[in-house]
Design a protein around this ligand. Structure first.
Ligand code: PLP
Length: 475
């Protein structure tokens, strides 16, 4: 399998890369995102064989279709070490739970940081360690976080050889639980940096450091953001697992409802569907930051300004643009790299939006790709959390509530609807208290974490200071 950029305008296939070449890279050099040259097709016999596999073995089968530069025995060992009951809490890894006839939750949030990002990030940590050791190289991961991504990355990379993490967060702006999760890590290769500023300041610093190419090269700076193909590929696995748990035979179809921000999660659903998994609808559920809902309803993709980006009670979906969306548009446009580049590079830069409403590809998109969409407000999420608790005794978080609310608008008789549970309620306790008048349950391993010693360095929001801190800590 080779990989190409969504902005590739040359048909020269010698320029295409193998998996381990793109693993440690972020964007392609032309600014596009990497995608496989084609989506391997899964026939009925294969699907039947996979139905009985453990999660780790299923992951190995799917990853093998996309990775041909890691020996199979090594890849199998990496999958076995990643997807264990000890790390994810159950033997199923992503157990399905029924709310009512036709409506299910797939629990993706029982990993170390209680959000679905662990499912991909834990694999990424093991792949990074393996590939860096093979090359005899080191990597310093620099990131900005307002919560979920930073902690998932730290828990995936802690104690890994050859990797250090420098994670910048806005001082005092994460929930106490999220701060405790990150700052209580005592591993030497994990560096928490809190700055005086907001999340945008953190991101600006990461950008400024990454744009200094000499510094980046000298200090081997890398990232783990959601545009990394390996993360997306890892997420494909739980669509297959959810399908097998909800059905008895491969003639049945299911739909998925996906609480969405950067379009990484639901893009993995698009890949699974493109491989032939019998998915009927992919429901893109957004909060008040409805960039994606607007696109699927109207064909207009309009990036928001920061003034126009709302702070909501489902903060991991508060985005101004969807950084993985270019992948789907590339497929939608028949994999025309020149056209994709014209939209995402030229038009977005000059106008802040593009309009595909008149394009034949957009008009048939729902039918060909199964995408539909909807959104929720804070009041909708409160009502959904309350309803799900009162009628089914099931406590869901604010992001999952968005998925359930929009799922109900799209349910069709005879097609099971699986809502992806993307976080546990304990991470967003304040809203649960607002909805239910009680605090969420806390998994035993997180009892008292707020009282643990904290390992964090407070620094000014100054690029030069951050660079000096990194330089001083990479030896
Ligand atoms: C990251 C995140 C999302 C959004 O996922 P995308 O892949 O960015 O669309 C939704 N819910 C939770 C809890 C998250 O952490």
């Amino acid at each position: 399998m080779r990989y190409l950029s969504t902005r590739a305008t040359s048909t020269d296939t010698t320029e295409r890369k193998r998996f381990c070449e793109i693993l440690l890279e972020g964007l392609a050099p032309d600014g596009g995102l990497y995608l496989p040259e084609h989506y391997p097709q899964i026939d009925a016999a294969t699907l039947t064989r996979w139905r009985g596999l453990s999660y780790a073995d299923l992951a190995f089968e799917i990853l093998s279709l996309y990775i041909d530069d890691i020996p199979p025995t090594d890849l199998k060992a990496i999958c076995a070490k990643t997807y264990t009951e000890a790390v994810f809490g159950t033997q199923e890894i992503v157990p399905l739970r029924k709310l009512e006839d036709g409506l299910y939750l797939e629990a993706l949030s029982n990993g170390p940081t209680l959000a679905f990002k662990d499912l991909a990030m834990q694999l990424l940590g093991n792949l990074f360690e393996y590939e860096l050791a093979r090359r005899g190289e080191e990597l310093n991961i620099l990131g900005a976080t307002s919560g979920d991504t930073g902690s998932a990355a730290e828990y995936a990379m802690r104690g890994k050889k050859g990797v250090r993490v420098f994670m910048i967060s806005p001082n005092g702006r994460m929930s106490p639980f999220q701060q405790a999760q990150m700052f209580s890590l005592q591993d030497e290769n994990i560096h928490n940096i809190a700055i005086d500023g907001v999340f945008d300041d953190c991101q600006d610093i990461v950008k400024a450091v990454s744009n200094d190419l000499d510094f980046k090269r000298q200090y081997k700076i890398g990232t783990v953001n959601s545009i990394n193909w390996a993360r997306l590929m890892a997420q494909v696995v739980y669509y297959f697992s959810g399908y097998f748990q909800a059905t008895k035979s491969n003639t049945e179809k299911v739909s998925f409802s996906v609480p969405s921000g950067n379009f990484g999660n639901v893009c993995a659903g698009h890949v699974a569907r493109s491989m032939g998994l019998p998915i009927d609808k992919l429901v893109v559920a957004t909060n008040e930051n409805d960039v994606l809902d607007e696109f699927f309803r109207t064909g207009v993709y309009r990036v928001r300004s920061s003034a126009d980006t709302h702070e909501t009670s489902s903060p991991s979906m508060d985005i101004s643009k969807a950084s993985n969306f270019e992948r789907f548009v590339f497929d939608l446009l028949g994999r025309d790299g020149a056209k994709t580049k014209a939209l995402f590079y030229d038009q977005l830069a000059s106008q802040g939006s593009f309009d595909l409403s008149a394009d034949a590809a957009f008009k048939s998109a729902a039918q060909r790709y199964g995408f539909v969409s909807g959104k929720s407000t804070h009041a909708d999420r409160l009502a959904t959390i309350r309803d799900t608790w009162q009628r089914f005794g099931s406590m869901i978080d604010t992001h999952t509530a968005d998925g359930v609310k929009v799922a109900r608008e799209q349910i069709q008789a005879g097609v099971p609807m699986i809502v992806l549970e993307t976080a546990l309620p304990i991470k967003f306790a304040a809203t649960i208290e607002e909805a239910l008048g009680r605090s969420p349950d806390r998994p035993a391993r997180f009892e008292g974490i707020e009282a643990l010693p904290k390992r964090v360095r407070l620094l000014p929001a100054d690029v030069a200071v951050i660079k000096r801190y990194i330089a001083d800590h990479v030896q």
